[in-house]
Write a protein that binds this ligand. Sequence first.
Ligand code: FE2
Length: 347
Amino acid sequence: MRAEPHPYVRYLNQKYGTYRKFLEEEGLPVIEGHYVKDVRTLPLKEWPRKGGYGAIINLSDQSIDDAYVCEIPPGKSLKPQRCLYEELIYILSGIGATTVRYGKEREQVFEWKEGSVFAVPLNCPHQHFNADGARPARYLAVTSAPLMMNLFNDLDFIFNNDFRFGRRYAGEEDYFRKESFVEGIKGGLWETNFIADIRAFMSPQRLIGEWRGKKMKHTYISMASNVMKTHVAQFEVGTYKKAHRHGPGAHIYILNGSGYTLMWPSDEAKKRYDWHEGSLLSPPAGWYHQHFNTGPEPVRHLAFHRPAVINYGKWEGREEIPYEEEEPEVREMFEAELARVGIASGM
Ligand SMILES: [Fe+2]
């Protein structure tokens, strides 16, 4: 359960709650709750700030990070823009290109397509183009906008700030091509600023580990010197991840397959969310959650995390429920689902 805020905090939020004001002023659909069934088909509204169409996704009342979907009409571009919050972008559909500028003279361009993942370096002027004259291009972004907007309480500072974060990006020639593996990080860590197709990136040699669930594979991705973390994970057919809980802000995008997630605060009933490609989930801080693959193929997901710069004390790490300690109903529901679709358990 969420604790009631102190009246002083409520007063500050009303007076300075810039992210909430931003949501109201953008005039877009704001999606709340704990998940979106399919961001690929989410209805959007004209978004004057971007010059395209959009919807903002603020799941589980997250105040650190959020998400949005944006569509670029056929053959068009969004407005040139920059922002003082981090954005991790996944291309949901279409083909196009992005230009990124460092200073007046240095401009780089990279092309993307469905499945591409990238981050524009913090506060860099950039512009997204749709290269298809017949079809729209649509992307999902997970951002640290709530944290940054509420921290500074001034949207002009967030959107019209010309500071160059030269330590993150200084126009390096190979910036959107390079890739390296960082040794010694449990779970594996790749540093790269552009991934042409995340599904091809998730090859067996990149996915490692099995400590978060039976036959589960995993690796972290660090992009554009962001403090927001990303990882990708794969669940084998007939398996599920261990139930766990942690701090706020995790967003899970389902890349393929089908299954469901259970979410619950420790003292309440489990809520079930069925998903497939295109679904986005975000559990509230401190709620247990558990992902189940009930489809005929390994499921892959892309996970976005809050900026890793705030210590959440009790919720800084993660608490897991070992398989042998979970409630019997968890395994029973999973096995009943597998039986219904004729898939053998891999647990
Ligand atoms: Fe989680």
